[in-house]
Design a protein around this ligand. Structure first.
Ligand SMILES: *[C@@H]1O[C@H](CO)[C@@H](O)[C@H](O)[C@H]1NC(C)=O
Length: 241
């Protein structure tokens, strides 16, 4: 998405709130640095692969129903399919419940994706912190999420709007800014990884690096996605250049 369009959307959002005499809350003065901006190199720590054989990576959650009583937990295991189970509960380290989902994988040019797991965890209580564990043995990893409050006319809820994130040093400052904001959810307005700037196998590799890059937020806060034009993958050039 063009950043001007994004600014217009943001501006109209703020204005429409003023029109309706709604409390639009606080708008941050944070301004992302100007283009150009370099992609962070793949060996940077922000893309670090978690330790342990087949450890879950790129962990992310999204809202799993219309009410806020469910989440979908997704992750990638790199070496073998592994388990598609989520163990969860309201006490850290004590996982009373288990949900099981499904696994998929794909190929793009010569890139073979890892094993992508999706698990619906539903029937949850509102406004409750849940802890969850995925992966097995020494490679297991633990996270948490908080369900939103029960829907009502004046229920406070703080969310961030992010678009055009990418994986540059500016992307990192935007992500860190969101994480310090105290918001609970991201509405993502499209153009996630900018992996479409790459060709051949590097497209998949840059999707994976982006998944690891955002995990420190997406494993804990539901990000609610819409697709942008940079989500369209073209077949790589098949001719020798
Ligand atoms: C998915 O993984 C299986 C098991 O490793 C493999 O045999 C299959 O070719 C993969 N499918 C795709 C579309 O990459």
């Amino acid at each position: 998405m063009k950043s001007l369009l994004f600014q217009l959307i943001l501006a109209s959002f703020v204005l429409s709130n003023f029109d309706n005499n709604v409390n639009a809350g606080h708008t941050s003065v944070f301004v992302r640095k100007e283009w150009p901006s370099e992609d962070i190199p793949l060996d940077h720590e922000v893309f670090a692969v978690p330790t342990g054989h087949n450890a879950p990576q790129q962990v992310h959650i999204t809202q799993g129903d219309y009410d806020g009583k469910a989440v979908i937990i997704s992750w990638v295991t790199p070496d073998e399919p592994g388990s598609s189970k989520v163990h969860y509960g309201t006490l850290k380290g004590k996982y009373e419940f288990t949900a099981e989902g499904k696994m998929t994988n794909y190929t793009f040019y010569k890139y073979n994706s890892g094993y992508i797991h999706h698990v619906l965890v539903d029937g949850l209580e509102y406004d409750t912190k849940f802890y969850y564990k995925i992966g097995t043995g020494d490679s297991a990893r633990e996270f948490w999420f908080q369900t939103p409050p029960k829907i009502g006319p004046d229920v406070p809820y703080k969310f961030g709007i992010i678009g055009d994130l990418g994986q540059t040093y500016n992307s990192l400052s935007t992500l860190e800014h969101y994480m310090q904001s105290g918001a609970q959810t991201v509405l993502f307005v499209g153009d996630l990884s900018y992996a479409d700037r790459y060709q051949y196998n590097d497209v998949g590799i840059r999707w994976d690096s982006w998944g690891r890059f955002v995990e420190k937020s997406t494993a804990y806060h539901p990000w609610i996605w819409s697709a942008g034009n940079h989500e369209i993958e073209y077949m790589p050039y098949m001719v020798k250049r």
